[in-house]
Design a protein around this ligand. Structure first.
Ligand SMILES: Cc1cc2nc3c(=O)[nH]c(=O)nc-3n(C[C@H](O)[C@H](O)[C@H](O)COP(=O)(O)O)c2cc1C
Length: 519
């Protein structure tokens, strides 16, 4: 032993790395699994290392402020600063090329809207309920008026971690917005006080039998046991992967998740591409009516947009029968997901502005738009984007990734492989343990407050009291040099149906107003 020790200590320290590299070179040359490592022993490893840190290098060092997607650094910084109540202003002026084509301009009034004395926004500049009661037109037993124009979009427990869901729910409760469950069912973390919208996808998680069929009795019981549930959202598709079901890999499936979803442990959890409870538009409307009748709650649909024939059929049927969804949630093709094939995420379904305008026009032609609440999602969680959406006819905005960022998501884009470094989109207990729901819920609350306040300020700048008053002529789109600019009205060829608005106080006095616990 002593001899070996003496021999090892006689070798100079720098020889060890050389021996290691020599062994690595032999290993590289003798394997054929990775051609680069075989052909370029030792240095070939650098390729994998640099590729693995490429996103971070680009994000922190190489990319400029406006370059990255889905959300550029300026947008992310605004969300982070707003959620931490830090300075979210910009100095010196815009760094955008405001002459570029496609650029949008919000048109201010010569004199802004002045809040009259006693206006609710003087005491609370962060409150802005939606202007439309959902479910009133169809005489649902429990209509619902969202207390906030900005709400949390569906992201399931499973794609997000338990402390992330809990943070969102506590923050939503404090602010007064609703929290959409996503299609993974209702967990204990969704029951921290906020209004809840149950998202029901093709796998009917939590309201299914052993074979994955929808069970109405389970839905009725769920709603009866949980008065926090205010609406039901039938998910037909989402912008990032329309026509494609989801997969929760068996490795991510915990006992708790399996119980909530009502699926067996140890197997991948598959959501089919289509619903088994209906297979055409009349059957879908029937299904919606049955759920609304059984629960008393408003029921809406969430969908991405592509072909329009079935939308036309739906609108015709709604016009003819007076039945159908109480709200329509349009998800843009730029929308996020826990996991989707790139071909779907990048190419299937229309971006929000094209999809929404096409669908809105279809219902407008049948004079239905004042009877339906339109919800929009797809990178609308920034004040200027939200204003454009309101001008186009959206009544309520749902935010998913912006809400994630407010509680710490850094856009690492690894939601699909359980390694989210911030613990937001992973089931890894160690990674989750860094999330403190008490602190993160406060961050969501601050983001929601700032977002609402800024939308209200933009409304006032344009001469309006409430963002529902924005019209298509309030936003122009640059067409490039020769064509100058065009209003949204001439770009998308319709004018928004004016929303009936009789003042803030009337909304706040509505018996259907949600967010009862809000501070
Ligand atoms: C991690 C993650 C999980 C999601 N899970 C669901 C889901 O379960 N059901 C659903 O309808 N949409 C789901 N979505 C889509 C969002 O609800 C939303 O429609 C989309 O991301 C657009 O909003 P955003 O641009 O504000 O993120 C998910 C999105 C993300 C980022």
């Amino acid at each position: 032993m002593a001899v070996i020790g003496q021999f090892l200590s006689s070798i100079p320290w720098w020889a060890y790395p050389l021996v290691f590299l020599a062994l690595l070179a032999i290993r590289d040359i003798s394997q054929k699994k990775h051609t680069i490592q075989h052909n370029f022993p030792v240095v070939g490893h650098l390729r994998y290392f640099i590729e693995s840190i490429g996103p971070e290098l680009r994000q922190y060092i190489v990319a400029n402020n406006r370059e990255e997607l889905p959300f550029n650094r300026r947008q992310r910084s605004w969300i982070y600063a707003s959620s931490k109540k830090e300075n979210n202003f910009q100095g010196f002026g815009t760094d955008q090329d405001i002459y570029s084509s496609g650029y949008t301009f919000i048109k201010p009034a010569l004199l802004p809207y002045k809040l009259p004395s006693g206006h609710p926004n003087i005491a609370n500049p962060y409150i802005c309920p939606s202007a439309k009661v959902i479910g009133e037109y169809h005489n649902r037993r429990q209509p619902y008026l969202p207390k906030s124009i900005i709400n949390i979009s569906g992201m399931s427990f499973g794609s997000l971690s338990a402390p992330a869901i809990e943070s969102l729910n506590i923050g939503a409760d404090k602010f007064g917005c609703y929290h959409n469950t996503g299609e993974g069912g209702v967990s204990a973390y969704h029951k921290k006080g906020a209004d809840v919208v149950v998202n029901i996808g093709t796998a009917y998680f939590g309201v299914r039998d052993d074979n994955g069929n929808f069970v109405m009795e389970k839905l009725i019981k769920l709603c009866q046991d949980n008065p926090c549930i205010k609406m039901i959202e039938l998910k037909l598709s989402q912008g990032a992967k329309p026509g494609k079901g989801g997969v929760l890999p068996a490795t991510k499936l915990t006992q708790e998740l399996a119980e909530i979803r009502h699926v067996p442990l140890g197997k991948d959890v598959i959501s089919p591409a289509s619903h088994s409870a209906f297979s055409n538009i009349p059957e879908m409307v029937d299904f919606i009516e049955k759920m609304a009748e059984a629960t008393g709650l408003p029921v809406g649909i969430k969908s991405a947009v592509g072909k329009l024939e079935m939308w036309e059929e739906l609108a015709d049927l709604m016009k003819k029968t007076g039945k159908g969804p109480d709200f329509i949630n349009i998800d843009g093709g730029e929308g996020g997901t826990g996991a989707a094939p790139p071909s779907f995420a990048d190419h299937v379904s229309l971006p929000f502005v094209y999809g929404f305008s096409s669908v809105y026009k279809i219902f407008q032609k049948r004079d239905l738009n004042d009877k339906i609440t339109f919800i929009g999602a797809g990178k609308l969680g920034l004040p200027d984007k939200a204003v454009m959406a309101f001008a186009m006819g959206v009544d309520v905005i749902n935010v998913a990734r912006e809400a994630m960022m407010s509680i710490g998501c850094i856009q690492a884009q690894v939601c699909h492989n359980n390694t989210c470094p911030t613990g937001v989109a992973t089931q890894n207990k160690w990674l989750q343990s860094g999330i403190d729901p008490a602190l993160k819920s406060e961050r969501l609350y601050n983001y929601m407050k700032t977002m609402t306040k800024e939308i209200l300020e933009l409304s006032h700048a344009c001469g309006y009291e409430h963002p529902c008053q924005f019209m298509m002529d309030d936003v122009d789109v640059a067409m490039g040099d020769t064509n100058k600019t065009q209003s949204l009205r001439s770009t998308y060829q319709y004018q928004k149906t004016p929303v009936k608005f009789e003042g803030f106080q009337k909304l706040l006095d509505s018996p259907y107003l949600g967010g009862k616990n809000a501070h």
